[in-house]
Design a protein around this ligand. Sequence first.
Ligand code: FAD
Length: 477
Amino acid sequence: KPVILWFRRDLRLDDNQALNAAHLSGRPIIALYIKEPAAAGTGPLGAAQAWWLHHSLEALDRSLHERQGELVLASGEALEVLRAVIKKSGAEAVFWNRRYDPSGISVDTHIKQELEKQAIEARSFGGQLLHEPSRLMTGNGTPYRVYTPFWRALEGAGEAEPPLEAPAKLRLAAQRPASETLKSWKLLPTKPDWAKDFTDLWTPGEQGARERLSAFVEDELKGYKENRDYPAKPATSMLSPHLALGEISPARIWDATRGLSNRVPAADIVHFRKEIAWREFSYHLLFHFPRLASENWNDRFDGFKWRNDDGDFEAWRRGMTGYPIVDAGMRQLWRHGWMHNRVRMIVASFLIKDLMIDWRRGEAWFRDTLVDADPANNAASWQWVAGSGADASPFFRIFNPMLQGETFDPDGDYVRAHVPELQRLGAKYIHRPFEAPKSALDEAGIILGQTYPKPIVDHASARDRALAAYKATKDAA
Ligand code: FAD
């Protein structure tokens, strides 16, 4: 009797524990993906990630076809879909890899209980993380709240199991339900096609992920520690969207960083691994403190008086704030569905502190526009910037957008790549066009307030305003 292999955010055949167990069980496999209704607490699937999902499901289906199989697509409440497939196929088991967001956990726990009542074997597996979120705990048996000791524990946890290879052959069930069509799910944008520039940059699917990993290890890992903060340089792995939908496992990535010490400095390898560990840490936090997904982790921030001005929010979303590094980041996000990490921190600080807009509005916009939108990394990172998270950057650390731009984009190449109106402005004023003499603006063909916006706030006064609001919250607590 068949086993249902339920794919979720683990769209790969490589290093897939549930797949491996299903294969080893010798039962014929039904590969199933369910489009579930929007989950409470984690928010709906964003439009940019829906684009990615479409292509990723196509790629997974192709890999299964190479093994004489196919992916069955179904939509609806997962338990109902599973029951229907069980009834049709006579399956006696359902295998899946675990997810760790609060709504995913509650759906899965319920399904497990219900299936077991029907004497259906329901088994879940790890492998989406290097370690299960409850494996690394402090000496007192409590979860970590601070990154550095978490990293030390991860480093000291010993070498993880080597990644599993994808089975060369799969025994796919002959008796399987008819699949819905991907087209009918309407995951791609139609008019206008705002994702047209995604295609040149990204190759969704596990093959694309493996190629990206090899290219990164070959070309960019050396120098990563130094270069990773400069958004104009192609210096980071850009693996995040592949990780977000599980097209590659962290164990596979970790494994690729072994045995390189004769050609890549150890400092670069360690630094890259530390970033992978930030992802682990975000999941550790989300698992142990599920409120992180949608509420202030530190409830002292609950009384913070946000301004939440809609006009300011709109200017931020469109990349029309008048601060070039912020605008470049927001336009990169719109154009490519991705933004460099340094710039994510700058735009988030600007939204929360300069504009005093609730971090949750920024988090929701990122979720809708990022191809790598991830329930743990997105919420944990926004709360890190806001100062409301565990081990967060303190609220009073307010990024100065001009200085950040000048430090990390010294020639202005990143700004020029994404803000064409400023293309002809020299490095001296590229991060502060509002201070440029008229002659420099004329020469570059810029009319502030017409061809490019004037700053929507004055950074120095906005900073004072934010600090005063923070002090009021602190005093009231
Ligand atoms: P690399 O530098 O190559 O790092 C490798 C991997 O490590 C990344 O793919 C990612 O999985 C992990 N990683 C790197 N930096 C971080 C970090 N600071 N926190 C957690 N994991 C990290 N990342 C997401 O994957 N999804 C999100 O929705 C997301 N939202 C963010 C929101 C804000 C406000 C900020 C400041 C950061 C956010 N990040 C998010 C973290 C980080 O910016 C991205 O993971 C990174 O830019 C992805 O690019 P990369 O794959 O080239 O990274």
